[in-house]
Design a protein around this ligand. Structure first.
Ligand code: HEC
Length: 149
């Protein structure tokens, strides 16, 4: 509960009070994780993602500012970034098909990684998040499921 109250001001800013209450109401703030999937995820992330997104998901410096060629640096995947603002479905879509950002250097992984490897990498990225981020993103996943039934 302390975690939920600490997060209160932040969530209210996002206009997500209802979501917060839902998150606090029922579910535990810890993610059920499959250790084997995390092993795979760590290996995939280290081999394919860490060079750009950082070994701890810290991203590249000044990631919001494109270089002279209009190429954006890699954003962080930790709590300071916006990965946790998106549902799994959208993040996996970015992994499969690329980000759609003009001049993007984010690779297309469709022919490089299996679905399971992409899901594992995403599961590993979630270990960079705090309990608030995990709970928030879980709600987004629920919402996405509701909207895409
Ligand atoms: C060559 C550098 C590079 C590599 C390697 C790379 N990325 Fe990215 N990634 C980027 C950049 C840059 C963006 C920001 C959007 C853009 O410019 O296309 C991005 C965006 C993303 C996003 C969407 C932004 C967000 O935070 O929601 C996700 C998710 C992502 N990357 C995951 C991964 C994963 C997982 C891997 C490894 C399997 C990976 N990336 C490998 C550069 C990279």
């Amino acid at each position: 509960m302390t975690i939920c109250l600490n997060g209160w001001a932040g969530w209210a800013l996002w206009g997500m009070l209802a979501l917060l209450l839902a998150a606090c109401g029922g579910k535990s703030a810890t993610t059920p994780v499959d250790p084997q999937q995390l092993e795979v995820g760590k290996a995939v992330y280290t081999a394919h993602c860490a060079a750009c997104h950082g070994s701890q998901g810290e991203g590249e410096a000044n990631w919001k500012v494109p270089d002279v060629n209009g190429v954006y640096p890699a954003p962080p995947h930790n709590g300071t970034g916006h990965t946790w603002h998106h549902a799994d479905a959208l993040l996996l879509q970015v992994l499969r098909e690329g980000s759609g950002v003009p001049n993007s250097k984010m690779p297309v992984y469709r022919d490089i990684l299996s679905e399971g490897e992409m899901e594992a990498a995403l599961a590993y990225i979630k270990t960079f998040w705090g309990a608030d981020e995990v709970a928030f993103q879980r709600q987004l996943n629920e919402q996405w499921k509701e909207q895409n039934r």
